[in-house]
Design a protein around this ligand. Sequence first.
Ligand code: UD1
Length: 422
Amino acid sequence: MDRIVVTGNGQLNGQIPIAGAKNACLTLMPATLLSEEPLTLTNAPRLSDIATMSALLRSLGTEITSMQGGKVLAMSSHGIDNHKADYEIVRKMRASILVLGPMLAREGHAVVSLPGGCAIGARPVDLHLRAMEALGAEMDLRDGYVHATAKGGLKGGIVDFPIVSVGATENALLAAVLAKGTSVIRNAAREPEIVDLVHCLRRMGAQIEGEGTSEITIQGVDRLGGATHPVVADRIELGTYMLAPAICGGEVELLGGRMDLVGAFCEKLDAAGITVRESENGITVSRHNGRTQAVDVTTEPFPGFPTDLQAQMMALLCTAEGTSVLEEKIFENRFMHAPELQRMGASIDVHGGTARVTGVEKLKGAPVMATDLRASVSLILAGLAAEGETIVNRVYHLDRGYEHVEDKLSAVGAKIERIHEA
Ligand code: UD1
């Protein structure tokens, strides 16, 4: 298993390009199943999660050609010849459940493995299943699989979510576009990845209104065509790299970064004393003198502070002046990075969904364990500003969501290298 070694090396200066969003790409790819014509995604990120989704789609009969080193994905689903999303692929990635909606919509039936739990909490898929039922599907859970059928096709309906779910909103959208009649999604997620999915579906011929608000209305159409669509910038990768100069000092421009993607996060950086401004090619972040100030953070659905930036924000607050309170409201078990940061000298007290972080002057390098995707990058960020060497073990999590992380950080002056192990 590979490891990453990071050594504190002072300020960071330069530019980091931001890739297309993993979470957008993972919901755009299953949209290929809705049409017999090709769907081409540009600005795709080069990540192992994207390879997993490709493997899943290929297993269903989709042809995928990867071009420009994986930046362009040309997909064609004219011949779907398998309706079962197998456990062996689904267990690797929860987003696999996103093939359910489009398969049901186009084929009238689908069998999809239940994804099971994961390290950051139980993460059920009940809301996805309820959405399909609201569109007229019959669901049967057998042998760890969801057997879904819609005799005569899906019908428009009201999907009223009790809580906001990004994935369930996406699945409902992917199903409703080909359902007969009008569908309304209430309490819909408003994340930029949902807006991006709607833009792509519209390019394919779908009739949708209200994306980016909590009520989305879909007028089902008989068929969808092909399209070419650029994947929106990755706001989580953006926020992560914005924290690198915030933690280490210096000035870094994030190429392709957009303020509207990271509004709530920027407010917290501002409160912590970090300078963030729009610049010619994106967003520029700088910190030149003095310690960062403590700030309180509560994670919420978009447009609130994203749960996917909570671990990285904690890395910043470990060396801030004062005590910060971080409240995790989306997932029940998302502070696994805290004990690892404590190994580096951080002072953190976790009680249920609340973490109190009291800033220390400096962190010290240590061997640590990456427990999930965002936790692993938070340990790298912490290591960048720590005294001495930090060895991050189990970095396969990192490769699910960050492309060329060592190259991007080395380019701005970080001392970081990957050690390959058999
Ligand atoms: C997506 C993102 C993930 C991000 C999360 C929250 C992708 C591929 N992943 O995950 O990176 O952390 O949004 O912004 O886009 N829930 C249920 N039942 C369901 C579905 C969800 O109870 O059927 C709960 C979850 O356990 C969680 C909450 O709803 O507590 C929100 O989860 P959700 O928005 O669905 O997250 P994902 O779509 O899985």
